[in-house]
Design a protein around this ligand. Structure first.
Ligand SMILES: Nc1ncnc2c1ncn2[C@@H]1O[C@H](COP(=O)(O)OP(=O)(O)OP(=O)(O)O)[C@@H](O)[C@H]1O
Ligand SMILES: [Mg+2]
Length: 431
């Protein structure tokens, strides 16, 4: 189907084919097809079912147009089409139902566009041109592109510090502003919010992957991932609360491997407890974003996470991000926090309640809903740093941990008593 992150296989495939139910639409389509240099004979009379039948025994075209008008279950039939359609095909659906929900569901199933009847030549032309652009765009599976893959993981030092907000916003930023095919892997299996934040159903993709790691391949991730944008696919779950996570973590490794082939960027929303059972999650991660607040508990756990990374994932560049920053409401000052973690905070993202509310209300990534917010400016800068950090890492090798300095125990750097004493002493230090 039409996922732009997949490799097209031009070989002996037709550039175009369509299955359209009515003559009137075919009469409008044929001249446009001729105009684009394709064969009008490929404009078949028939609907989605004919397309499925035909593609089950022949090669898929680069661009496929299918008519849903006679389909009683368009979404089910589109999924059946996905079963027989080869990777890379860009699918345009045509139908009579003017329903935004159907449109969104179709797009989420991997359909490139949905055109409403009666068709017009100009709408057809625009849609087919766009489909051609998608098809011929450099595919993430090209060897050159695959090499540039950057995986970042966002870990919160404590619950609710905004790790998922950052993960979703970073993924959105990479996918849209940076036009990079991006995967968002939400490893908060039971309580993840990656899909929710973007007003999408999480689907069963991640649950299926965990249950059947051996089935994970390019085709699987194409079908299992939900699409938030042409360039952004999400793999998540909303596992039932009574269903414990049963996995040895093989699925996570396999998924990361497939993402590396299929996308340019992977963002992992990584609940911190996952590190305990699945430390190998970090094997392929280039950049570790530690999201924190300026609290005592967060200071301790920033130190512990930095230390863990240094020992277990020295190849990953750590970036410390203080989120929800309010100078007037700090548990410990920025200076004290930095002294205790023995390094600078890389980014400070201000607390912006109105912006968080707006993103939630619109069902959009924080950065999308709040283009002008100061918090967004910082998140965008963080995205740039991630892109840059991975380049540096390539150039310098695994030197990331050196920024932490010395051989001294990081945990030893936290003088909890001193921090508490300062807290008790009243006026807080300016941030
Ligand atoms: N900079 C910010 N200003 C105001 N609110 C924020 C900011 N960043 C995140 N939030 C809000 O904080 C809440 C928690 O955010 P989020 O779910 O991203 O945290 P988390 O660290 O992933 O939590 P969990 O531990 O549950 O996974 C959300 O309601 C989010 O909108
Ligand atoms: Mg979260």
């Amino acid at each position: 189907m039409n996922a732009p992150w997949k490799g097209g296989m031009p070989g002996n495939r037709d550039p175009f084919a369509s299955y359209i139910c009515d003559e009137a639409s075919l009469d409008i389509l044929r001249p446009v097809v001729i105009e684009l240099g394709w064969m009008p004979e490929k404009c078949n009379k028939g609907g989605l079912r004919n397309a499925i039948q035909s593609l089950s025994v022949s090669a898929s075209p680069n661009i496929l147009m299918v008519d849903l008008s006679e389909s009683g279950d368009p979404l089910g039939d589109i999924n059946a089409l996905a079963e027989v359609c080869e990777p890379g095909t860009v699918v345009i659906a045509v139908g009579q139902v003017n329903d935004v929900r159907l449109y969104r569901d179709l797009v989420a199933s991997g359909i490139h566009d949905y055109l409403l009847k009666p068709l017009s030549a100009s709408v057809l032309r625009d849609s087919l041109n766009a489909a051609q652009t998608v098809f011929s765009a450099p595919k993430a599976s090209d060897p050159d592109v695959a090499k540039r893959h950057i995986a970042s993981a966002v870990i919160g030092t404590r619950g609710g510090v905004g790790a998922s907000t950052l993960a979703t916003s970073l993924a959105w930023q990479f996918a849209t502003r940076k036009a990079k095919p991006t995967a968002l892997l939400d490893l908060d299996i039971h309580f993840g919010t990656g899909a929710l934040a973007l007003d999408l159903e999480p689907g069963r993709g991640l649950a299926d992957a965990i249950d059947n790691p051996s089935r994970i391949d390019g085709l699987f991730i194409e079908r299992a991932m939900i699409r938030a944008h042409d360039n952004l696919a999400i793999l998540s779950a909303e596992a039932p609360i009574n269903s414990p996570l049963m996995t040895d973590g093989a699925a996570f490794l396999q998924l990361q491997e497939e993402f590396r082939q299929a996308f340019e960027m992977t963002v992992v929303d990584l609940p911190r407890h996952m590190l305990i059972n699945f430390p190998h999650l970090f094997n392929e991660v280039n950049v570790a974003v530690i999201a924190t607040e300026l609290t005592l508990a967060s200071a301790r756990d920033t130190i512990r996470l930095l230390s863990w990374l240094k020992t277990n994932a020295a190849h990953a560049t750590p970036i410390v991000v203080a989120n929800k920053f309010q100078a007037s409401a700090l548990e410990i000052s920025r200076a004290d926090f930095e002294a205790s973690i023995e390094r600078k905070i890389d980014f400070v993202i201000p607390f912006d309640q109105a912006a968080a509310a707006k993103a939630a209300k619109l069902g959009q990534a924080f950065v999308e809903a709040n283009a002008q917010s100061k918090a967004t400016v910082q998140i965008r800068a963080l995205a740039e740093r991630i892109l840059g950090a991975a380049v540096e890492e390539d150039a310098e090798g695994a030197s990331a941990a050196s920024a932490l300095g010395g051989k001294k125990s990081l945990l030893g750097g936290l003088d909890l008593k001193a921090l508490l004493a300062k807290k008790d002493k009243g006026p807080k230090q300016p941030a």
